[in-house]
Design a protein around this ligand. Structure first.
Ligand code: ATP
Ligand code: MG
Length: 560
């Protein structure tokens, strides 16, 4: 079945146009080389998926390659656990870096040697101001900065100090290495940026080998050039850093001259996409860990049942531009539905059970009913489930007093039991709590679905059901958006905007075939939505299902 109304996959965007033009003009005879450069200080989120699809997508579509590179220059915040989860997530999304798994820490020796070169040339100096003083001296957007009193240090003294910094003679913060550029530059990033700092902290890869670490801008430009990256794509907040990026590329003896291009980061409504906030949600116990199915992390959406193809479809649909904007969560949810619709097998599951007794059906009897696994894909085969005297139906499929236009069960009314018979409601019983607990009916033996007589019955309602005696009981987790408002944190702490009803755990009744569900197998529960057998907690024979996305957008009415 064709995918519904998506724009052409991998549609054009300004970065693809640049790449195409560069390849046409022969600027990069070796082909396009991109990279995805996360800092291993958290788990990847949906925003990263946009960057991954863009960078790896360029390499895939233009016959180039994309490097996986960890920007691991911040030893306090980085961990091997994050490295591993990031690699797993990129692979899960469907991308492969081949032999090009790199770490900025692989370049620490070369970065250090280049720094000495800059010192020798008089282009860098050791500054002994405190971090706070450096901030004061930097000036503002409207006022120029002032020169540090240490700016005039001679190369020989700078080299001596820098080597002693590296040797561990000074505590954190005692000195930094800065470029000697222009303290009056209108671009604050060019006011003698710091390129090295002292950090006595073990690094997850280099251990105690270093106590000076290069800063991001320096590391990033040098790493790109050492790897012969052709197009270094990053988010808009780095636009003002580009002159510095270019400065490094021009001033150091590097093997290639990469170019930086900026695009708008993804902002998604009803979510937060910032590693810092995601860490707070986990550590504050607001969610059950990084892979909680409500989290916008890639491990979270995976457990939620989102597919890599659905994520790629979403990234294709939102495109890549230079203007910051918000993408509505419904766009993501629709991409997931559109991906799942043609491939998720169907199943009948009753989420809010009410007992239905067919009084003229034999006690202990069972009749096999069958239904297509997918309504438009006969090749997926059929499934079978038994019809018995007692069934579960959805509580909302019965009304004591039917409202206008209600075509389901109510006293005296007829309805079709999906893939089974037409039944007529003969009565109902209420418990002491006032709630209806049993509905009674009789079935019309010549109305069975698929038999010649069936069409004689023109009933509008067609409800699903599960055998009470032969159905399978399973835990189902009904997830909703993690935040109750489109822009969490816009008017108060974002944690106050958490949706208190983002998870409801229920026991549901499923058609018996679902007992065989394997972890991560996805289904459409008819009339409800898409569900996935939980990756962690589901076992064959004892499945546990997560709601991936409902069939309809229940938030559009709410005006969110
Ligand atoms: P966060 O703001 O969540 O901490 P980050 O930008 O600090 O994210 P990095 O690990 O540095 O995270 O990001 C790796 C790559 O992913 C960078 O190239 C970055 O530009 C990109 N990226 C991060 N967030 C988004 C986003 N929301 N949309 C698009 N790209 C993103
Ligand atoms: Mg960052």
């Amino acid at each position: 079945m064709p995918k519904p109304t998506a724009p052409a996959p991998h549609g054009s965007n300004f970065i693809r146009n640049v790449v195409e033009e560069d390849l046409r003009s022969g600027r990069h005879p070796g082909g396009v080389v991109t990279r995805f450069p996360p800092e291993p200080n958290g788990y990847l989120h949906i925003g990263h998926a946009k960057s991954i699809c863009l960078n790896f997508g360029l390499a895939r579509d233009f016959g180039g390659r994309c490097h996986m590179r960890f920007d691991d220059t911040n030893p306090e915040k980085e961990e091997t656990e994050y490295v591993e989860s990031i690699l797993r997530s990129v692979r899960w999304l469907g991308f492969d870096w081949g032999e090009h798994l790199h770490y900025a820490s692989d370049y620490f020796d070369r970065l250090y040697a280049f720094a000495e070169l800059l010192i020798e040339r008089g282009q860098a100096y050791v500054d002994s101001l405190s971090a706070e003083q450096i901030r004061e001296y930097r000036g503002t957007l409207t006022e120029p900065g002032r020169d540090s009193p240490w700016r005039a240090r001679e190369p020989a003294e700078n080299i001596d100090l820098f080597r002693r910094m590296r040797a561990g003679e000074f505590p954190d913060g005692a000195h930094v290495l800065r470029l000697r550029l222009d303290m009056a530059s209108p671009n604050i990033n060019l006011r003698d940026p710091v390129i090295y700092r002292i950090r006595h902290h073990p690094h997850h890869r280099t251990g105690d080998r270093w106590c000076v670490y290069p800063l991001y801008d320096y590391t990033h430009a040098v790493s790109d050039a050492l790897e012969s990256i052709t197009h270094s794509v990053c988010t808009l907040e780095f636009e003002a850093h580009r002159p510095l990026y270019d400065w490094f590329v021009e001033n150091l003896p590097l093997p290639s001259r990469p170019h930086q291009y900026e695009f708008a980061r993804l902002n998604l409504t009803y979510a937060v996409l910032s590693k810092r906030r995601l860490i707070e949600l986990v550590e504050g116990g607001h969610v059950d860990g990084w892979d909680d199915p409500r989290m916008p992390t890639l491990v979270g959406v995976r457990r939620r049942g989102y597919t890599p193809e659905g994520m790629q479809l979403f990234c294709d649909r939102i495109g890549v531009s230079k203007a910051d904007s918000w993408i509505d969560m419904s766009v993501l949810e629709q991409a997931i539905r559109d991906d799942l619709e043609p491939r998720a097998p169907r199943a009948c599951v009753v989420l809010d059970p009410l007992r239905l007794v067919i009084e003229n059906f034999p006690e202990g009897g069972a009749e096999a009913c069958s239904a297509p696994c997918h309504p438009h894909r006969p090749e997926l085969g059929r499934r079978e489930f038994p019809l018995t005297r007692e069934l579960w139906i959805e509580r909302e499929d019965f009304a004591e007093v039917p409202p206008k236009g209600y075509f389901r069960l109510s006293p005296g009314a007829m309805v079709r039991l999906r893939y089974g018979y037409v039944v007529r409601c003969t009565g109902y019983e209420r418990g002491e709590d006032g709630q209806v607990h049993t509905v009674r009916c009789e079935y019309l033996p010549d109305s069975r679905s698929g038999t010649p007589g069936a069409d004689a019955y023109k009933v509008k309602g067609n409800i699903h059901w599960v055998s009470a005696s032969r159905g399978l009981r399973a835990q189902v987790r009904l997830y909703d958006r993690l935040f109750a408002v489109p822009h969490p944190g816009a008017t108060r702490d974002y944690r106050d905007d958490l949706n208190p009803d983002s998870r409801r755990v229920i026991d549901a009744w499923c058609e018996p075939g679902l007992a065989a569900a394997l972890p991560e197998q996805r289904f459409q529960f008819e009339r409800h939505g898409y569900f996935v057998a939980d990756l962690r907690d589901s076992r064959p024979g004892a499945p546990v299902f997560n709601l991936t996305v409902s069939l309809k957008d229940s938030w559009s009415k709410a005006g969110g």
